[in-house]
Design a protein around this ligand. Structure first.
Ligand code: AMP
Ligand code: MG
Length: 421
């Protein structure tokens, strides 16, 4: 029997977000695949990466200068006898040994020689033939990175669940990995709804709107680590909508856009209910995006041959900005979990508000905004939007200013929470 949404399932932003995170924690990626290191950026690592040698593998000079015994440097200036030159890449059999009263000229990246325990920067020295005058003292260990001080052989450098960024890729390269195991991307079905919506290759009549939501959602799905599967546009008509929802439930997650408001032809919730949907919330006290719906459908109700017990879905409001914001707030953590990414919390930074904000209490508001200013003088200003359909304002924005539900006025100059895009 269909569970129709409870009228009480309108949650605060924090309650809704925690509920989504709770469900996300039960999700697992499906399988792994090997990818070329050059293609791995942005993918989720599915294996631990261990140090295949010590890091660094030898005591390494961090500066150009002279390898010395720190104890030789008092009183200053000290005059030392130069016993050799060490450049990066030199074989260990060709390294000089530095005895008391001696120094070796050394380059950044070269192995520190036996006997020496520090490097004096060339700027603090004066050379005269085979002698060098040292003007500044160093402590033992200065300007030398000790063998294995960054990691010892066998130590774990990267863990499964990490999104591969340039630093992680550098680690994979420095451990000799030209291919990496990553998680397979989850399939995320995208279903735009609405009688007025036409696809972008069709000239729209005056009463029609081009479908932008499927494309913005596809881009967001990709950036979260999923593989978007675009379904045809669903009209506000039960039979076709039912058919397309059934298709969408074959994916690992279903995103619907539009048709979740209170209008007579907002059919998404009643049709989902026919599929035995369990609704976790049918609205969140936020703006934009208040009518957002989250739930799941038992796998058997739509298809039989899948491993997961449920297919989760989101009914996102159709106003383009609402669609984008609700995706970021709620759908992203579910996709990241299906993609195998380690759990992460939503964090707000703080920036100084440039101009006063006036609004109403009752909703947590996510206003598209622009971080301005330079260096430490960061300021944030609203992108001056004209409602939830204003794509131009959204394209100007690079963050959201978050206004808590108990505030109806924020004066200029206040430090406000900012969510980065
Ligand atoms: P709805 O949530 O279905 O009531 O739609 C709210 C508003 O968003 C309407 O003005 C729609 O024209 C617009 N809209 C809905 N779906 C899309 C879409 N796929 N692309 C662009 N605009 C849309
Ligand atoms: Mg609609």
């Amino acid at each position: 029997m269909a569970t129709t949404p409870e009228p009480s399932s309108i949650l605060s932003f924090e309650e809704a977000r925690r509920l989504v995170e709770h469900h996300a924690a039960s999700l697992r990626p499906h399988g792994k695949e090997l990818v070329e290191l050059l293609d791995s950026a942005g993918q989720i690592l599915a294996e631990p990466i261990l140090a295949d040698r010590h890091f660094p593998p030898f005591a390494r000079a961090m500066r150009d200068g002279y390898a010395v015994r720190a104890a030789d440097l008092s009183p200053l200036p000290a005059i030392l006898h130069i016993v050799g030159e060490i450049k990066a890449g030199v074989a260990s059999k060709d390294l000089p040994v530095v005895h008391a009263g001696q120094a070796a000229s050394i380059m950044t990246g070269a192995p520190a020689p036996d006997g020496a325990d520090a490097v004096v920067m060339v700027e603090h020295t004066k050379r005269d033939g085979d002698r060098v005058q040292i003007m500044k003292a160093v402590g033992a260990g200065d300007n030398i990175v000790a063998t294995a001080s960054e990691a010892t052989r066998g130590e774990r450098l990267l863990s499964p669940g990490l999104r591969l960024d340039y630093a992680a890729i550098a680690i994979a390269a420095s451990t000799g990995r030209s291919r990496l195991l990553v998680y397979r991307k989850p399939q995320v079905a995208v279903l735009a709804t609405g009688d007025e919506i036409v696809d972008i290759d069709v000239p729209p009549a005056v009463n029609q709107i081009r479908n932008s939501n499927s494309y913005s959602l596809a881009a967001q799905v990709q950036s979260a680590g999923g593989e978007p599967v675009l379904l045809p546009i669903a009209p506000d008509e039960p039979a076709r909508l039912r058919e397309l929802i059934a298709d969408g439930l074959e994916a690992d997650l279903l995103l619907l856009a539009g048709g979740v408001s209170m209008g007579k032809y907002d059919l998404v919730e009643p049709i989902l209910a026919e599929f035995q949907a369990e609704f976790f919330f049918t609205g969140v006290r936020i703006q934009p995006g208040k009518p957002v719906v989250f739930g799941r459908i038992p796998r058997g109700a739509a298809s039989t041959e899948a491993s997961a017990l449920h297919t989760y879905f989101f009914g996102l409001p159709g106003n383009p900005i609402s669609t984008m914001v609700t995706f970021e707030l709620f759908a992203r953590p579910m996709i990241e979990a299906l993609a195998g990414a380690a759990k992460r919390k939503v964090v707000f930074l703080k920036a100084r508000l440039k101009s006063e904000i006036k609004t109403k209490t009752g909703l947590t508001r996510f206003f598209p905004a622009i971080l301005l200013g330079e260096f430490e003088n960061s300021e944030v200003e609203l992108a001056g939007w004209h409602g939830s359909g204003d794509l131009a304002a959204m394209a100007r924005a690079n963050c959201y200013v978050v206004v808590p539900p108990d505030r109806d006025r924020i004066p200029a100059g206040e430090w406000v929470p900012v969510m980065m895009m």
